[in-house]
Write a protein that binds this ligand. Structure first.
Ligand code: SF4
Length: 249
């Protein structure tokens, strides 16, 4: 796990050092986009739960399903098992049964148990938690989570942002698409590199708001197909929009 942690961290540091070279024009553009997002969607409440392990399991359950289904699966898991140790030690079929409403139950049950066993190996007899993350710098906390089986940059960033109030920046499909169209990241930047580039570009105090508001924007206006550019409050800042205008001239 620790060599993987080191590899993830080294990759992130390499891209961060590239990101640090972006020009001041891009920094100013981020500030204007932030202001427009806040004008349009406001500053969402940021109320970290404090429970990183619960958030990690909830995030795994949320993959490839709706919020309603994954919340029901998480609630059923917590009702069925009194502790994370009980989830770890149960027959996998019982965990699978508890989370069935979240979809991909077999795959998710196996992944959750593998993570809990791995954490137990590291923690010995101590109660299962992810409290270790509190003491780590952000980069190390991200690398620690990404070294767990099946945990990628988005899940790691969600756990830190929403459970511990750490200024990570999860890049989901909406954030990725809108950031590319705006020109904050290049058209060929993959999701993993987008995490690191946007983390380097967006100041820590804006990350929660920009994450939430970019998702709202992607859902409400900047749809994957047929973005509603004529009514978009961000169009003056958008590369996609100006390219469209240029082709129509
Ligand atoms: S102008 Fe169009 S493409 Fe650009 S952010 Fe707005 S809706 Fe998306």
């Amino acid at each position: 796990m620790y060599s993987l942690m080191g590899a993830n961290k080294a990759m992130r540091e390499a891209v961060t050092s590239q990101a640090a070279q972006h020009d001041t024009a891009l920094t100013a553009k981020v500030a204007r986009i932030y202001a427009l997002l806040v004008d349009t969607y406001g500053v969402p409440p940021w109320e970290p739960s404090g429970d990183a392990l619960g958030e990690l399991v909830a995030t795994i359950l949320s993959q490839h399903t709706s919020d309603v289904n994954s919340e029901r699966a998480y609630a059923q898991l917590r009702t069925r098992f009194a502790t994370w140790e009980a989830v770890r030690d149960a027959p996998v079929a019982e965990v699978e049964d508890a989370i069935r409403s979240g979809g991909l139950a077999q795959q998710k049950a196996e992944r959750i148990q593998r993570i809990l066993r791995l954490l137990s190996e590291q923690m010995g007899d101590a109660p299962l938690t992810l409290d270790v993350l509190n003491a780590l710098p952000l980069e190390d906390a991200l690398a620690y989570l990404e070294a767990l089986p099946g945990v990628g940059p988005k899940t790691a960033a969600c756990v830190l942002l929403f459970s511990l109030g750490r200024p990570a920046f999860p890049v989901d499909t909406h954030v990725w698409r809108v950031s590319q169209r705006l020109g904050l990241i290049g058209p060929k930047i993959g999701a993993n590199a987008a995490h690191t580039l946007l983390l380097g570009l967006i100041p820590p105090e804006w990350r929660h708001t920009m994450h939430v508001d970019l998702i709202r924007h992607g859902r409400q206006i900047c749809h994957a197909r047929n973005p509603e550019c004529p009514r978009c409050p961000l169009r003056a800042e958008c590369q996609y929009y100006w390219a469209l205008v240029a082709t129509e001239r």
